[in-house]
Design a protein around this ligand. Sequence first.
Ligand code: C5P
Length: 243
Amino acid sequence: MARRKKIYEGKAKTLYEGPEPGTIVQYFKDDATAFNAEKKDVIEGKGVLNNMLSEYFMTGLTNVGIPNHFMKRLNMREQLVRACEIIPLEVIVRNYAAGSMAKRLGMDEGTQLPRPIVEYCLKNDKLGDPLVTEEHIAAFGWATQQDMDDILSLALRVNDFLAGVMYGVGIKLIDFKIEIGRVYEGDFMRLIVADEISPDSCRLWDIETGQKLDKDVFRRDLGSLTDAYSEVAKRLGVMPKAS
Ligand code: C5P
């Protein structure tokens, strides 16, 4: 089969033109990067696990009525998704202090937050995805006030869904990042969850032991990343057969 036209190559995924207008093929690579790509490696099988896990989470979102870009998985490494105009923000939801917020505010990792906290970072690799406020977002026109209301609502709905699913398999959802895209339907524009939801973009800790089952295993050299992601997949009943 002729290779599809490449649209974009990111750190963990490559996007190709899809078979129909308005569709995109999202290919999950084995590349792992951290600290704005200062740390890099190829982790065999990671792409397959993230493809299957993102399918699992996005299908779950669809089933509870949260709009997202997922259409269908094509093979072990590729999924067909709806094309959308990505809003240049990383939307982070935190239930427990960890990572950059724990550092910024001098908090112990694992401290439960009084309520979920939503943060926004500008998607800009050169700048290292800096934290921005709604003031910046409004003033620079990255999103409208209506968009921000919708993004907050989507982010909290995704949090409720994901936290519940993970709790059901003995995993605490510490935090996660999503991206949001615009789709146009006739005269209407609506926002959908895009990109991926996987252990690359979430912090997941075993409820009993606190063991990390996410990309921090790679960032902090804590052992095998594929073992950690496979454990998440196994608990959720999502089992890739081969890479
Ligand atoms: O590094 P930080 O603590 O800000 O990350 C918060 C959450 O967002 C983590 O789950 C992390 O994996 C995710 N994240 C991401 N992509 C980024 C930055 C953060 O998936 N570029």
